[in-house]
Design a protein around this ligand. Structure first.
Ligand code: ADP
Length: 277
C-alpha cells in the first residue's frame, strides 16, 4: 500500500496504485521533469488506468443549511480521474455548496460522497488532513494573507504538513512558476493584479500536488483575456491528469473549455456533455 493511502483504512489497492501513478505524472509536470515511463505504450496504458479511476462520486446527496429547504436534492453523479467538469447555474443555485461538499468544507445533510476513493461523509476529523492534500481548493474569495509575501502564502499548506524547509521552498517556487508568477516570490499580494492574485491562489491550491482541484468562480471580476489565461493554467493541470471541478457562470468561457457541465437551477440538477443551455 502506497504512502499516500496510509492514513485511511479500507481502501482499494488498485485505485491506490492508480492515484499514485496520477501523482507521479502530476509531480513530473510541476517539476518539469519527464515521468518515469520507459515505453510509449506504457504511457497509453497508464493514461487509460488514470482515466478509469472514479475520483468524485455523489450518491443521493441532499444538502440544506439548518432547517431551510434543500439547496441540493438527491444529487447523483460520478467524475472520473482526469475529467474537466464545470458547475453552472444562476447565483444562489448551490454551485459553491456543491464544491464545498467535494472539498469536505461542508457536510452533506444526507447521502454518500466519495472523493479519491474515500467516503468523506464518514471521514473522522483526524483524517481531514488527508483530504486537504487530495483536494486543492480555491474559493471565490481567494483568502490570501496580505501580511506576507506571495511565496509565503504558497508555503502555508506545506508548513501545515511539516515538509522540510528547503524542499518546501523548491516546491513553492515550482508552483509559482507553473502559474506564470516566477520572479514574483517577494511581492505582497496587494501589489498584484486581480488575475495575478487568482493565479497565486491556484499556486497555493496545487502546491500539495492534489489529485483533484476545485475552484469557485476563479475568473469572476476578471477581463476576458485574463480569464482565458487563468483557464489555460487549469487546462495545463488537467493535461497532466488533475481532475478539475470549476464553478462558473461565464458561458463564453465554458463554451470554449467545457466537455461536461453539472447544471443546477432552482433545485433541478442536470449532467450534460458540453455546456448546459
Ligand atoms: P451559488 O454558488 O450558486 O451562488 P451557494 O451555494 O453559495 O450558491 O448558495 C446556495 C444557497 O444556499 C443560497 O440561498 C445561499 O444563501 C445559501 N447558503 C449558502 N451558504 C450558506 C450558509 N453557510 N448558511 C446558510 N445558507 C447558506
Amino acid at each position: 500500500m502506497g504512502a499516500i493511502m496510509s492514513p485511511m483504512a479500507g481502501c482499494c489497492e488498485t485505485r491506490g496504485h492508480d492515484i499514485i501513478r496520477a501523482r507521479l505524472v502530476f509531480k513530473a509536470a510541476v517539476l518539469n521533469t519527464p515521468p518515469p515511463l520507459a515505453r510509449p505504450h506504457m504511457a497509453v496504458l497508464l493514461w487509460a488506468l488514470i482515466l478509469s479511476a472514479i475520483m468524485i462520486e455523489f450518491q443521493h446527496v441532499f444538502k440544506s443549511y439548518g432547517r431551510a429547504r434543500n439547496i441540493l436534492s438527491d444529487i447523483n453523479f460520478r467524475i472520473g480521474a482526469g475529467e474537466f467538469v464545470f458547475v453552472s447555474g444562476p447565483s444562489g443555485a448551490g454551485k459553491s455548496t456543491l464544491l464545498k461538499l467535494v472539498g469536505g468544507l461542508e457536510p452533506p445533510s444526507r447521502g454518500a460522497i466519495s472523493v479519491n476513493g474515500h467516503r468523506i461523509d464518514e471521514m473522522p476529523t483526524r483524517a481531514r488532513p488527508y483530504l486537504r492534500r487530495a483536494v486543492g481548493v480555491t474559493l471565490h474569495d481567494t483568502h490570501l494573507l496580505y501580511d506576507r509575501s506571495a511565496i509565503e502564502n504558497v508555503l502555508l499548506p506545506l508548513k501545515v504538513i511539516g515538509l522540510e524547509q528547503s524542499v518546501a521552498w523548491t516546491r513553492a517556487r515550482a508552483a509559482l512558476d507553473k502559474v506564470g508568477l516566477a520572479g514574483k516570490d517577494d511581492f505582497n499580494p496587494v501589489e498584484m493584479s486581480g488575475g495575478e492574485q487568482q493565479r497565486l491562489a491556484i499556486a497555493r491550491a496545487i502546491v500539495n500536488r492534489p489529485a483533484i482541484l476545485i475552484a469557485d468562480e476563479p475568473t469572476a471580476n476578471l477581463d476576458h483575456e485574463t480569464a482565458r489565461r487563468i483557464m489555460e493554467v487549469f487546462r495545463d493541470f488537467n493535461r497532466v491528469g488533475v481532475t478539475l471541478l470549476i464553478a462558473s457562470h461565464d458561458k463564453s468561457l465554458m463554451a470554449h473549455y467545457a466537455a461536461r457541465t453539472l447544471h443546477i437551477d432552482n433545485g433541478r440538477f442536470t449532467d450534460v456533455q458540453g455546456v448546459a443551455v
